[in-house]
Design a protein around this ligand. Sequence first.
Ligand code: SF4
Length: 318
Amino acid sequence: MVKPRIVVSKCLGLEHCRYDGSIIPEPIVVALQQYVELIPVCPEMELGLGTPRPPVRLVRIGKEIRLIQPATSRDLTEAMQNFAESFLDSLPPVDGFILKNRSPSCGIKDAKIYAGPEDAPTVGIGPGLFGGAVRARFPDLPVEDEGRLTNKAIREHFFTAVFSLARLREAASSGEMRALVEFHTRHKFLLMAYNQARLRELGRIVANSHRYPFSRVLAEYAPRFRAALVRPPRRPAVINVLMHALGYFSDRLTPAEKGYFLDLLTAYREGRHPVSTLIGVLRAWMLRFEEPYLSAQVFFSPFPEALVSLSDSGRREP
Ligand code: SF4
């Protein structure tokens, strides 16, 4: 399986680079290491602040949000903005970001903003300077923090998106229409779950009835594919895909098997069962009835199996 490229805050399980010299134990990042290519970064270390260091904070001054180090009275706003700009410019194509939540540098939306450098109340929350620059530069890439990734649904959506974008990057780098058509074919069920209208639009693009060169087709296809994966799929759309898949076997199943599947579907619709239970049943039938088209569909296995079994604490489920 192709390895996604993910930029990650270095203090998330990778290096003792926090202001107090600590590291955040982060089992999800550690588990990801063998399946993705991590690009670690600590923006505060990159500014030469060292570790341990006096902490920095976001301060509202007039209409602006500034990054201040109260102990030294340094205003690091421009330095951080310049670093973010040059670091993001220097990146190879990446598939997503995992950033430290609540950080005035890395936070993507929940860093505290203070009324003053010291002894001042908070006046709100917002993105850190680096995290905000990432969101602004890559609005259609998956960007999450480690806090949100402890939620299974958010985590699985993130993994699905980064692995799908990595597969798209691989197809794009081949320079061949055949690879893009194959990519699209394998992602049809996934797109059906995420966004039916985009599936139709992308199908028209990849059909390439005007015989455009590959670069033009890719330029139309890639941003629309990324946009399709911005929001997680809705349950009714996932049920639609599961029913569509069931249609491949329904004349070969016993009434009891069909009934069992439909009962599981009801349980999923009511939030009593995860979708993985239904996918497991469908995968068993794919093997039994030898359905290579279905087996090739990314929807049934969008990222490595070992990552499915991470629990909400980030540890492997027994
Ligand atoms: S949150 Fe960001 S800036 Fe702060 S220690 Fe972690 S990586 Fe460095």
